[in-house]
Design a protein around this ligand. Structure first.
Ligand SMILES: Cc1cc2nc3c(=O)[nH]c(=O)nc-3n(C[C@H](O)[C@H](O)[C@H](O)COP(=O)(O)OP(=O)(O)OC[C@H]3O[C@@H](n4cnc5c(N)ncnc54)[C@H](O)[C@@H]3O)c2cc1C
Ligand code: SF4
Length: 332
């Protein structure tokens, strides 16, 4: 590991001032410090933002959650209000990493963790995301767990966060403090598809500090479901965050009811959490039955461009969407 300076600023203004000339913010360090050990990240200075006053979850009178960027993942998953009002968010956080890592990891760091593509993590290999212009060995090499949607010839990496998939479905937004002041970024615009600049994971500007995530109230049953290679402590091959509200009669194993409202996002399939707008359009106002759910999933996955070894993700995502919507229909 290269030598670096560690700073713990007392306030946000000092944090922004210290973030210059090769510095990086430090949340819980569970991703960044690993990448420093591997020689993938080489900051000159770590600006520890984990103790800035962003460690609370506020519930506004209208039910909006304001989750500070320094809130630990464990505290978010255990929060009683979050579990009751936004269960998919608590479930998504709980399905990520391990208890020890969740105790250390912060909300800001979770959103900005880097891809787990094995070539990105191996500093001896070429990789457009780590070193633009060097190529993408994953495209022809090991890519069984990489993207099927929205990738580019430059990069086929996936975004690893579970929490971010739930936040994408929940119409969240991200509060940011930059050198030009404060602004709010809608969640769908926060992360990026790779295009010709895979080195950029998000639309943050240099020095921007994430201070909070805002999550509007959710008046429908919701659920996060994740398929992984081990029962725990593994990143998603495919995951789904879904919320559905139906109206009209619904019988347990048959027809009935119409989809009034729905939110759907996929994880493990793209460079960013994938909001399923096409599927939602098919679902809204349609009968809440298996045939509609299948049609919606297929409409979304029409855009899929699987690679040699990850075509299994297309039926996996389709089945996961349908199964989760069926479960939620019973609950709604
Ligand atoms: C073995 C293992 C398994 C894991 N499995 C999963 C999993 O299944 N699902 C999942 O979602 N995650 C998983 N994780 C990832 C884990 O959740 C992340 O490491 C963690 O959320 C990162 O949070 P952190 O606070 O430690 O971030 P850090 O490591 O401190 O930072 C990560 C990045 O965010 C930046 N950053 C941090 N805070 C801010 C801020 N406030 N503003 C701007 N930039 C900031 C840092 O500069 C850095 O670039 C796993 C991690 C490990 C090690
Ligand atoms: S998929 Fe992206 S991160 Fe992986 S090797 Fe290719 S460019 Fe690098």
């Amino acid at each position: 590991m290269r030598p670096f300076v560690y700073e713990r600023p007392a306030n946000v203004a000092d944090a922004l001032e210290l973030h210059r000339d090769g510095a990086l913010y430090l949340g819980g360090g569970t991703n960044l410090v690993d990448l420093m050990r591997l020689g993938v990240e080489e900051p000159t200075r770590l600006v520890d933002v984990s103790r800035l006053p962003y460690g609370e979850i506020e519930v506004r009178p209208d039910g909006t959650l304001v989750i500070g960027a320094a809130v630990r993942n464990s505290d978010l998953a255990a929060d009683r209000t979050v579990r009751e009002t936004h269960p998919m968010l608590a479930q998504a956080v709980l399905m990520g990493a391990s208890g020890q890592i969740r105790n250390q990891a912060t909300v800001g760091g979770n959103l900005l963790q880097r891809t787990r593509c094995s070539y990105f993590q191996d500093a001896s290999k070429p990789c457009n995301k780590r070193e633009p212009g060097t190529g993408c060995p994953a495209r022809e090499g090991e890519h069984h767990n990489l993207a099927i949607l929205g990738h580019s010839p430059e990069c086929v990496a996936t975004h690893p966060s579970d929490m971010a998939v739930a936040l994408a479905a929940l119409d969240a937004s991200v509060r940011v403090r930059g050198r030009d002041g404060e602004r709010t970024i809608p969640f769908e615009e926060f992360h990026r598809l790779p295009g010709g600049e895979p080195e950029r994971d998000s639309n943050l500007r240099d020095g921007d500090l994430v201070t909070a995530v805002e999550v509007p109230p959710l008046a429908m049953p919701s659920r996060y479901r994740k398929v992984r290679e081990r029962a725990s402590f593994a990143f998603a091959l495919v995951s789904v965050a879904a919320a559905v509200r139906t109206v009209g009669a619904t019988v347990p194993d048959g027809e009935g009811g119409v989809v009034r409202d729905v939110r759907l996002a996929l994880g493990g399939v793209a460079h960013k959490p994938w909001r399923c707008r096409r599927a939602e359009d098919v679902l809204r106002g349609a009968p809440a039955d298996e045939e509609t759910f299948l049609r919606a999933a297929e409409a979304e996955l029409e855009a899929a461009e699987p690679l040699r070894d990850n075509a299994y993700k297309v039926p996996l995502a389709r089945n996961l969407i349908v199964r989760t919507l069926l479960d939620l229909r019973e609950a709604s």
